[in-house]
Design a protein around this ligand. Structure first.
Ligand SMILES: *[C@@H]1O[C@H](CO)[C@@H](O)[C@H](O)[C@H]1NC(C)=O
Ligand SMILES: *[C@@H]1O[C@H](CO)[C@@H](O)[C@H](O)[C@H]1NC(C)=O
Ligand SMILES: *[C@@H]1O[C@H](CO)[C@@H](O)[C@H](O)[C@H]1NC(C)=O
Ligand SMILES: *[C@@H]1O[C@H](CO)[C@@H](O)[C@H](O)[C@H]1NC(C)=O
Ligand SMILES: *[C@@H]1O[C@H](CO)[C@@H](O)[C@H](O)[C@H]1NC(C)=O
Ligand SMILES: *[C@@H]1O[C@H](CO)[C@@H](O)[C@H](O)[C@H]1NC(C)=O
Ligand SMILES: [Cu+2]
Length: 648
């Protein structure tokens, strides 16, 4: 039997951990407040404005940003193009956005704000820019958003507003810019073009990047000069080295923005994945087992050459691509064929689920993103043949490529979602889906095949109605390195068997800014853990804070879940890092205690084959909690030293 730690030691350990982490212990998460049938969609509400851009701002609030158009929802006496959606009531609040946020980009910042940048000129009905285009005038009263930089601090009390102040705008016009969070909590803003159009072109390319907060004039990004025309919304991820991986048109590179150095990689095979080809893309979960090595997955898109992205042929009839490919930019940096989609797909969105699987939803089999007044368009849509059935991708390296995609048991949606649709993870582990509007302005009616869609939906993954673990001891904020923290799980949390602690993980997800099949900043990390099993069937999970490298998971808001056998706790929104913009502090990592299983449990579970947890510190059993004692002693020493310093 395990010998008990002496009480005074436990008290010191607790106070010492608190003083080192400077974090608060969160109340345990509860059960989902909403019922849902697993593997089904449910239409739940109305987004007020079309959900071209969407993100989760608080545990209860989703923010939606549209382009300027004739949405029936009004604000300040004109149609709104921003809204706040309450998940508990499905009610919307109209939000004022000063400028036209048409095809803007966005992300979270290290201080908890969200940024939204770029757009197009002011418009009048029909989405037409009047001459000059700086102000659309009545009835929309929208200003030019080309240089716009909008900031929001999400709130639960209905008071927050977008700050869209021309005094702090960008240096150059950016329509379709990419925004990626950096390791200091700031963001890089990449590319875009000057004014509208289906694709980019020489005359209006903006092949540069800048930062928020500003670090001065725009800087040339050479890859954007050689990849016209399909190089808008370049697909970009911060890598653990602090460099960027950029995939745009057929090209790919690692870009070191600190040294302004490009390292070209091979072209992506099979298809263009950037807008308007619009393949789905996602960074796979970063885990201790893969040593936090970034691996990016791309599925679908369009196999078109640069001279084919034009409206002189019926692009809407061209089948999309079925291939999925992966690359580890800082591994072997080679493209590898992966799963094959059961149907071609453009405009799909990947959503990272807390169980580590990845949901693929939205899009169509034919054509591309974009719309226009062309005789061959479907209404205005350049995409066709909507796909109602989602897929679930399993990134587990032990799953063969032929079995990575599944839709077993899933009932398809009844709502078509083509261009300008979006999808994000919610704290309860359901997926929130909205949008579709391949039209220049609000367009509905019995003859409209692809209307402006306001209905919001939830998809409930397989775990949705399982009783959720309710871990105690989760902390907020979470730092880089430093001491581990202890999370208690009851026997019920462990589904009645302490052996399930072997398949329990603590994970952090940044749900990201969803637009155009991209989720800017979306990222999943599994924290290192070990455990102490107890005779009563409960267990304590020892959880490391984030790895001591903010480039692996940049600072800012994110959700924490404990996942037992694939069943996630309801997510809690926490702050990662200092909560401030600027360089983050990383502490040396305190080693996790070894796994501990009382001898009595070992004998009762012998013969059972609980799934191994390869990233746990070790699978050992024993009677001495050696490193626990060590950290207690070193904490004690630190406390005494600290007290001596304070009294000196
Ligand atoms: C994991 O990555 C780190 C940082 O890149 C490296 O120093 C270490 O050697 C890697 N470990 C393994 C087992 O590959
Ligand atoms: C599109 O075509 C319609 C009818 O042919 C016309 O009324 C409208 O102004 C056109 N829109 C644009 C943006 O050119
Ligand atoms: C979850 O839903 C499925 C399908 O509706 C049902 O068979 C199952 O019993 C439910 N489980 C729980 C724990 O409610
Ligand atoms: C976890 O359980 C241990 C041992 O029962 C207890 O001392 C500790 O206070 C618990 N922690 C939390 C956060 O409930
Ligand atoms: C976890 O798995 C390991 C290896 O199979 C085993 O030794 C250990 O007893 C298991 N832990 C629990 C709590 O059952
Ligand atoms: C962050 O660190 C970098 C490199 O160490 C340094 O150049 C930069 O000035 C620091 N930024 C701030 C805001 O301190
Ligand atoms: Cu768009």
């Amino acid at each position: 039997m395990r010998s008990r730690v002496h009480l005074p030691f436990a008290v010191f350990l607790l106070s010492c951990n608190l003083s080192l982490i400077a974090s608060q212990v969160l109340p345990p998460p509860g059960q989902p407040s909403k019922a849902g049938v697993p593997l089904q969609f449910e239409i739940v509400g109305n987004s007020g404005v079309s959900a071209q851009q969407m993100f989760l701002g608080t545990e209860n609030k989703v923010y939606i940003v549209d382009k300027t158009e004739n949405n029936p929802l009004q604000v300040d006496g004109h149609p709104a193009w921003g809204s706040e959606y309450a998940l508990d009531t499905n009610a919307v609040r109209a939000m004022s956005v000063y400028s036209n946020s048409f095809c803007a980009g966005g992300a979270s910042l290290g201080d908890g704000r969200w940024i939204n940048v770029g757009g197009n000129q002011g418009v009048v009905p029909g989405g037409i820019s009047p001459p000059g285009g700086t102000y659309g005038g009545p009835p929309y009263e929208d200003y030019d958003g080309g240089l716009a930089l909008r900031l929001l601090t999400p709130c639960d009390d209905g008071s927050c507003q977008w700050i869209d102040d021309p005094k702090q705008y960008m240096t150059t016009r950016r329509w379709y810019p990419t925004v990626e969070p950096l390791e200091d909590g700031c963001v890089i803003i990449i590319g875009g073009d000057l004014y509208g159009g289906y694709v980019n072109s020489d005359g209006q390319n903006n092949p540069t990047y800048e930062f928020f907060p500003s670090r001065g004039p725009p800087i040339l990004l050479p890859i954007l000069t050689t990849t016209l025309p399909a190089n808008l919304y370049s697909l970009t991820w911060l890598l653990p080295s602090g460099r960027l991986f950029i995939q745009t048109s057929w090209a790919a590179e690692i870009y070191d923005y600190k040294k302004q150095r490009e390292i070209p990689l091979d072209n992506i095979p099979h298809a263009v994945r950037t807008y308007p080809a619009s393949g789905a893309s996602v960074m796979l979960p970063l885990t201790p087992a893969n040593n936090y090595t970034a691996k990016i997955l791309f599925c679908g898109g369009q196999d078109l050459q640069p001279d084919q992205f034009n409206v002189n042929w019926p692009i809407v009839t061209n089948p999309a691509d079925t291939s999925c490919v992966t690359i580890e930019p800082e591994g072997d940096a080679k493209w590898k064929d992966d799963a094959v989609l059961p149907e071609a797909r453009t405009m799909g969105s990947f959503v990272l689920l807390p169980d580590g699987k990845i949901f693929l939803v939205n899009g169509g089999r034919l054509g591309t993103a974009g719309y226009g007044n062309d005789s061959w368009a479907i209404g205005h849509s350049y995409g066709d043949s909507p796909i109602y059935a989602p897929l679930i991708y399993d990134p587990d390296p032990s799953v063969p490529v032929s079995q990575k995609l599944s839709r077993d048991g899933i009932t398809p949606s009844t709502v078509l979602r083509l261009y300008h649709s979006s999808a994000i993870l919610l704290p309860d582990g359901s997926v929130f889906i909205s949008g579709s509007n391949p039209n220049p302005d609000y367009t509905v009616g019995p003859d409209v095949k692809y209307p402006t869609e306001y209905r919001t939906e939830r998809f409930y993954p397989s775990y949705y109605n399982s009783t959720r673990p309710q871990p105690t001891g989760l902390i907020n904020p979470m730092g880089y390195g430093g001491s581990y923290f202890n999370v208690n799980l009851t026997k019920a949390d462990l589904q009645g068997s302490v052996a399930n602690v072997n398949s329990t993980k603590a994970i952090i997800i940044r749900t990201g800014f969803s637009t155009h099949g991209i989720a800017m900043g979306q990222r999943y990390i599994e924290l290192a853990t070990s455990y102490t099993a107890n005779l009563d069937g409960s267990a304590t999970l020892h959880v490391s804070q984030l790895p001591p490298n903010p480039a692996i998971f940049p600072p800012g808001p994110a959700m924490i879940h404990v996942v037992v056998n694939g069943v996630p706790s309801v997510g809690k929104l926490i702050m990662v890092g200092s909560g401030k913009l600027g360089n983050q502090t990383s502490q040396p990592v305190t080693a996790l205690p070894p796994n501990f299983v009382p001898v009595a449990i070992v004998s009762t579970t012998a013969g059972a084959t609980p799934s191994a947890n390869p990233h746990n510190a070790n699978g050992g059993t024993g009677n001495l909690h050696a490193s626990g004692v060590w950290s207690t002693i070193s904490c004690l020493v630190a406390l005494v030293a600290g007290a001596a310093l304070l009294s000196a």
